[in-house]
Design a binder for this molecule. Structure first.
Ligand SMILES: [Zn+2]
Length: 342
């Protein structure tokens, strides 16, 4: 956001006491525009957000320039030869658009402050037009993997995005639902019925807010120890519960603890599962765990977390989200919707 800052300081310099009165009038219009579109914390420079910011600033300046010109005494400015006179309606439409953008931005700033995020989350790029081809991660294959759902921890993409996935369903914190809606942070849920059934309504509200509910088995057992038939009951049983309660049969399945064997994947496929996303990092209320030696995020990484509260870990769900968003934003990543890439 250095761009915005520089303009701010330029305006301040230009608007100083020694400037001629005519110049000050112009500067005041300009500085009002920049001040209104400035982010709350310009520390992290990021391209997607900077682009949106620049567009917003440009529109704002254009709109305000029109407004400022209208205040001028000289209302008889003639267009240059061959140029048409600017008409009011397009300028007004632009002004309305700029106002809407500003309102949207300031609602986001307010939400970020309200939920105690140290900085504005970065905006994710538009969903890819062509979905990436997903293969099983090396070393995660079962003996005869051909034709079975792929198991992966990262989506192949160059976009600087990560995906948040939240498992199990023990904690049902209404503040978490509000926080994620107001901040517009996408995530995907993997639910286990023995926890979810205590309050199906909570997850209905989650689904109503656009979250996709996926399969994490009926009873959260260690799958490799179960027979094929028992694994199928665990997975198909949960498919049935989600379809009955929420009207949609999941296509994603995550085995409890990330443990599976060939029977697990065969059973998952038989139950209609298309893909098995695991994770590359795990975020808790008080720390991060990494799968890779570099202890860093990578484009397309899937991040795991859990529906847990103070009795399960050192903090609340909003604490976990704050920890998640801080690192993700600090390292220049945006949070994208997993379903947009699958
Ligand atoms: Zn789990």
């Amino acid at each position: 956001m250095r761009l915005v800052r520089q303009n701010d300081s330029n305006d301040v310099t230009k608007g100083g006491g020694s400037a001629p009165s005519g110049a000050r009038g112009v500067t005041l219009c300009g500085s009002a525009a920049w001040a209104r579109s400035a982010p709350i914390d310009p520390q992290v420079a990021n391209r997607p957000f900077r682009r949106a910011q620049s567009a917003l600033a440009l529109l704002t300046v254009t709109a305000l320039t029109v407004g400022c010109a209208g205040e001028s005494d000289d209302t008889n400015v003639k267009p240059a030869a061959g140029q048409q006179l600017l008409k009011a309606p397009p300028a007004q439409a632009l002004d309305e658009y700029a106002t809407k953008l500003r309102q949207k931005h300031s609602a986001r700033v307010t939400a970020v402050k309200r939920w105690g995020l140290p900085e504005l989350p970065l905006s994710a790029p538009p969903p890819p037009k062509k979905k990436p081809h997903i293969k099983t991660r090396k070393g995660f294959e079962v003996d005869d993997h051909e034709g079975l759902p792929p198991v992966f921890t990262t989506i192949p993409t160059k976009d600087k995005v990560v995906f948040l996935t939240i498992d199990d369903g023990a904690e049902k914190d209404p503040a978490f639902l509000r926080m994620m809606s107001e901040l517009k942070i996408p995530y995907t849920a993997f639910l286990s019925d023995y926890l979810v059934k205590k309050d199906y309504g909570y997850f209905k509200k989650m689904q109503d807010r656009g979250v996709v509910l996926n399969n994490h088995t009926l009873h959260h057992r260690y799958m490799p120890r179960l027979s094929y038939a028992a694994q199928k009951r665990e997975i198909c049983g949960m498919q049935h519960v989600i379809e009955k309660r929420y009207g949609k049969r999941p296509t994603l399945f995550r085995p409890p603890f990330g443990n599976y064997n060939e029977d697990t994947l065969r059973a998952a496929k038989a139950c209609g599962i298309k893909a098995v996303p695991l994770w590359n990092e795990e975020v808790f209320a008080d720390r991060w765990d990494y799968r890779e030696w570099d202890r860093d995020l990578h484009p397309g990484d899937i991040v795991l977390s859990h529906f847990r509260g103070k009795e399960h870990w050192k903090g609340t769900m909003p604490d976990m989200v704050r920890r998640f968003m801080k690192l993700v934003t600090d390292r220049g990543y945006a949070v994208a919707r997993l379903e947009d890439y699958l």
